[in-house]
Every structure is written in C-alpha cells, then in structure tokens.
Ligand binder design. Structure first.
Ligand code: DAT
Ligand code: MG
Length: 149
C-alpha cells in the first residue's frame, strides 16, 4: 500500500473545510494513518517546500503556510499519490475542474486550501518531515475486502 502526505492549509482551517476534505478521502476508501493539527514554523515550511526555493512566491508561500494551524495527515491506499493529486485538482484552482477539491472549494492559486505530495518519493520525504513513526497507526479497516479485489 502506498502512502501520501495531505495537509489542509491555514485558509482551509479558517474556512471550516476540514470535514469536507476528510470526507472525500474517507468516501474514496482511503485509510487515515495519522492526523494532527499543527502550526509549523517558517523554517519547517522552507524545508517542506525546499524544491521551490528559487521561485518568486517561495517566501510568501512559507509565511502563509506558517501563519496559522494546518491539519497534517497521512493517508494510505492503492496508487494514492496519483489519485489524491487528481482529487486535489490543478495547482491553480482557476484551472481545476469542478468535482476536484480545488475546483469546488477555492479560487486563488495562493489560497488553494490543500497540499498533497506530487510523487511517491516526495510523499516519503514529507511524511518523514511531518510525522514520527509512532504517530502512524496500524489497523485494518473493516471495508478493506470490499474496496480491493
Ligand atoms: P502543488 O501545491 O499543486 O503541488 P506546487 O508544489 O507547484 O503546487 O506549489 C506549491 C504551492 O505554491 C501551491 O499549492 C500554491 C503556491 N504556488 C504555486 N505556484 C504559484 C504561483 N505561480 N504563484 C503563487 N503561488 C503559487
Ligand atoms: Mg507541490
């Protein structure tokens, strides 16, 4: 099973969108492995977004992400990295299709409510950055046999 790092960003918390976002991952059949509310430091966000450090929006992005609490989560399921990115929509909500999280819930690229890892490799790096091993819980959801053949 594959894992990915998902976070409801500070705007998503302020706008009361956690329930709606969690609901979509639950209903798809993914398993919640870890979840915590956390206000990250700007330094932590700079590490998280290190691959964007040459972009003009890096400073503002890290400030915004550290400006309030976020809901950090690890979700698990078959091909979840790719499927979660499809559920998120495009980076720019204006280019995201209705039915996607960003296409349904937000407008501005700088306030796009949710983060999701873009590759399996980055998912591993981000999960390690945000969670300790003992924060990730192992349990067997009862519907597993009805989700996977
Ligand atoms: P994503 O979050 O879809 O993986 P990304 O990793 O390229 O997108 O960028 C991280 C975040 O930075 C993104 O969610 C919103 C912000 N961002 C990206 N491109 C931007 C731009 N051109 N102007 C302002 N903010 C941008
Ligand atoms: Mg990204």
């Amino acid at each position: 099973m594959e894992r990915t790092f998902i976070a409801v960003k500070p705007d998503g918390i302020q706008r009361g969108l956690c329930g709606e976002i969690i609901k979509r991952f639950e209903q798809r059949g993914f398993r919640l492995v870890a979840c915590k509310m956390i206000q990250a430091s700007e330094e932590h966000m700079k590490t998280h977004y290190a691959d964007l450090k040459e972009t003009p929006f890096y400073g503002g992005l890290c400030k915004y992400m550290a400006s309030g609490p976020i809901l950090a989560m690890v979700w698990e399921g078959r091909s979840i990295v790719k499927l979660a990115r499809m559920m998120l929509g495009e980076t720019n909500p204006a280019e995201s299709k209705p039915g996607s999280i960003r296409g349904d819930l937000c407008i501005d690229i700088g306030r796009n409510v949710i983060h999701g890892s873009d590759t399996v490799e980055n998912a591993k790096r981000e999960i390690d950055l945000w969670f300790k091993a003992d924060e990730m819980l192992d349990y067997a959801p009862c519907a597993q046999a009805w989700l996977y053949e």
